[in-house]
Design a protein. Structure first.
Length: 265
């Protein structure tokens, strides 16, 4: 089982870890694509590796198929392997019915990086053509897509995600533990509903009914039990720590790594 990281605190890195007033998500992603250089990304990756993580989930605006070529991606994938990363996942954020034409470029880029999983949420309606294209490209490029549970009108409940992915081979689930726990879902039951079709996990700790995120083990999500359950089930993919924090996430990421290691012991 690979232990990786994607942290929302790094979304704020370009702002000095402080969310600006009048924050607009689209403006922030545009700034990353325009200003966050290849060297900036490698520095970030080095910091993640130094914390002991051997997998990395690349958030698209930090090293994007909208900016870089497949040859750039191949070179980056090799550098990440040279740094000691055993697994790479590519997070595109999410897709809607209008994104059919973006699937193939994203999958080709992911393959060039050495990633065999792409993650993101997905609209809950009108996605038949999108799913068909994802399955076609998934088979053509050896890439799986893991649908992250996000609140409606995205695909949300484990049951509707399971129903959506059932006809497909290369489309599965990305279990976001923090979102389900915040919403009051039974996390262990959700994992059972999706058993065998979980292609990625976002490990995030929250309190039920709350919005804040905490280092793993400091909220009330049953993450230790989930990690042990996934281990017993032979889950082969990445556990990706997601830590949303208004500040430098380093300490919380180290604490989260310690929690995972203890749970796996």
């Amino acid at each position: 089982m690979k232990i990786g990281t994607i942290t929302c605190s790094y979304y704020m890195r370009i702002y000095g870890y402080k969310k600006p007033e009048n924050f607009v998500w689209g403006d922030m992603t545009a700034r990353y694509r325009a200003e966050f250089t290849r060297e900036d990304f490698l520095q970030l990756a080095g910091e993640i590796r130094a914390l002991g993580y051997d997998g990395i989930e690349i958030w698209e605006p930090t090293f994007s198929h909208l900016v870089y070529s497949e040859e750039d991606a191949k070179a980056m994938g090799q550098q990440l392997r040279d740094m000691g990363f055993r697994a790479v996942v590519y997070c595109i954020g999410g897709w809607t019915p209008q994104d059919v034409s973006t699937v193939e470029p994203a999958y080709r880029f992911a393959r060039a990086l050495g990633a065999h999983v792409v993650t993101g949420c997905m609209a809950g309606e009108g996605i038949g053509d999108l799913l068909a294209e994802m399955e076609r490209c998934g088979k053509a490029y050896g890439v799986k897509y893991a649908i992250e549970n996000h609140p409606a009108p995205n695909l949300e409940s484990p049951e509707e995600i399971a129903k959506t992915i059932a006809p497909f081979e290369t489309i599965g689930a990305n279990l976001d533990t923090g979102i389900y726990n915040s919403q009051g879902y039974d996390l262990l039951a959700a994992a059972q509903v999706l058993k065998g079709r979980i292609y990625h996990v976002h490990l995030k700790d929250t309190f039920t009914g709350g919005e804040d995120c905490f280092p793993l083990g400091q909220g009330n999500a049953p993450l230790g039990a989930l990690i042990r359950q996934l281990k017993e089930d032979g889950y082969p993919e990445m556990l990706s720590v997601e830590f949303e924090y208004n500040g430098d996430p380093t300490t919380g990421l180290k604490e989260s790594m310690d929690f995972i290691q203890n749970a796996l012991a």
